[in-house]
Design a protein. Structure first.
Ligand code: GRF
Length: 216
């Protein structure tokens, strides 16, 4: 049985698109259940609707507080039979009670090599810090922002002349590869969390290290 997967977005939804594209494969162990945005105007919401995926806008500004917003969100996830929830550019912090209810079934993608550079503006901060290798991380969500057991990471070399924008574009390409990979591994049931570390029961070929001297 394919795992019913909800995707939560706030904007353009390119990661959502990569997840949906992967889920088209007949042997992929997850299928789209619903796409939800806290912003009714999110471009990704109309894209998902055009694909025939159920969509829902839950405008957080219409709710008195986070608890009320999250109660609606939780109910919508239950109504659509969601078993896994993927945050994909979802720009609302979730409270501990929501996160706990979806513990180890709630995933996020972040455009840095966590635990470095949680939060916003990651690419500029990495450049300012002189980082030579940057990347992205898929992780299970915990209450603290951009924290939780790491499921997959991809690394990118910083090249001479890179800007926050050029880095963001290359990291985004990697995001589109690792989020479907992580979802496939989680949905196939081969993940366990021990001491807050996620471990997959699967064989993968790990590539050689990426070695980047400072040039330019
Ligand atoms: C991505 O960079 C993601 O890592 C971050 O927000 C951005 C969302 O982009 N959390 P998109 O909406 O998936 O195109």
């Amino acid at each position: 049985m394919k795992k019913r997967t909800a995707i939560l977005i706030s904007g353009r939804g390119s990661n959502m698109q990569s997840l949906v594209a992967a889920m088209h494969a007949s042997d992929f162990p997850a299928e789209p259940a619903i796409v939800i945005s806290n912003r009714p105007e999110a471009l990704g919401l109309s894209w998902a609707a055009e694909q025939g995926i159920p969509t829902l806008a839950i405008d957080h500004r219409q709710y008195a507080n986070r608890m009320a917003f999250e109660a609606r969100l939780h109910q919508a996830l239950l109504d659509h039979g969601a078993e896994i929830v993927c945050l994909a550019g979802f720009m609302r912090l979730l409270t501990g009670s929501f996160v706990d209810r979806w513990r180890d079934r709630l995933m996020n993608i972040h455009p840095s090599l966590l635990p470095s550079f949680p939060g916003l503006d990651t690419h500029q901060r990495a450049l300012d810090a002189g980082a030579l290798i940057v990347g992205c991380t898929v992780h299970f969500v915990r209450t603290e922002m951009d924290s939780g057991p790491i499921l997959a990471q991809a690394a990118i070399a910083v090249l001479p002349g890179d800007t926050a924008e050029s880095l963001a574009a290359r990291v985004l390409e990697a995001e589109h590869q690792i989020y479907p990979l992580a979802l496939r591994l989680v949905a196939s049931g081969g993940v366990r969390v021990e001491n807050e570390t996620a471990i997959f029961d699967t064989d993968v070929v790990v590539p050689l290290p990426l070695i980047v001297p400072r040039i330019g």
